[in-house]
Design a protein around this ligand. Structure first.
Ligand code: SF4
Ligand code: SF4
Length: 122
């Protein structure tokens, strides 16, 4: 299985920065939208954690070619050896920030009156 990006992507680039197989394209897509190249996706889920708007979902219809998938996993292992600590550090910050934004979004929905005057969360 691979993952895909649904409508609602805000092109923040978070997913692209943490993907260990460079499966996420942006600069060479015709409409400058982030897309996952399914053949290169190993379903590691790092991009899901990085996404602030929760638009990365399983592409259950995609079936990998076994040899291509093995190549992508080998690339991920190499990336992890050289950039694993960096990716983990960046991801830690993204997770914290995404959780804070999700809390604020939920609070805005539950208590719209608190935000009517531009009042910010403490
Ligand atoms: S699941 Fe992993 S390999 Fe696939 S696009 Fe996301 S970060 Fe890249
Ligand atoms: S992290 Fe989410 S919103 Fe940001 S570019 Fe990737 S899919 Fe789009």
């Amino acid at each position: 299985m691979a993952l895909r990006i649904e409508a609602g992507c805000i092109n923040c680039g978070n997913c692209r920065h943490v993907c260990p197989t460079a499966a996420i394209r942006y600069f060479d897509t015709a409409d400058l939208q982030h897309r996952i190249e399914p053949a290169a996706c190993i379903d590691c889920g790092l991009c899901v954690d990085a996404c602030p708007v929760e638009v990365i979902v399983p592409d259950t219809d995609y079936v990998h070619d076994a040899a291509v998938l093995a190549g992508a996993k080998a690339l991920a292992a190499r990336t992890w050896r050289t950039r694993g600590p960096q990716i983990q550090a960046v991801l830690r910050v993204m997770r914290q920030r995404n959780a804070r934004w999700a809390n604020e979004r939920d609070d805005r929905r539950a208590n719209p009156e608190r935000y009517a005057t531009g009042q910010r969360l403490p």
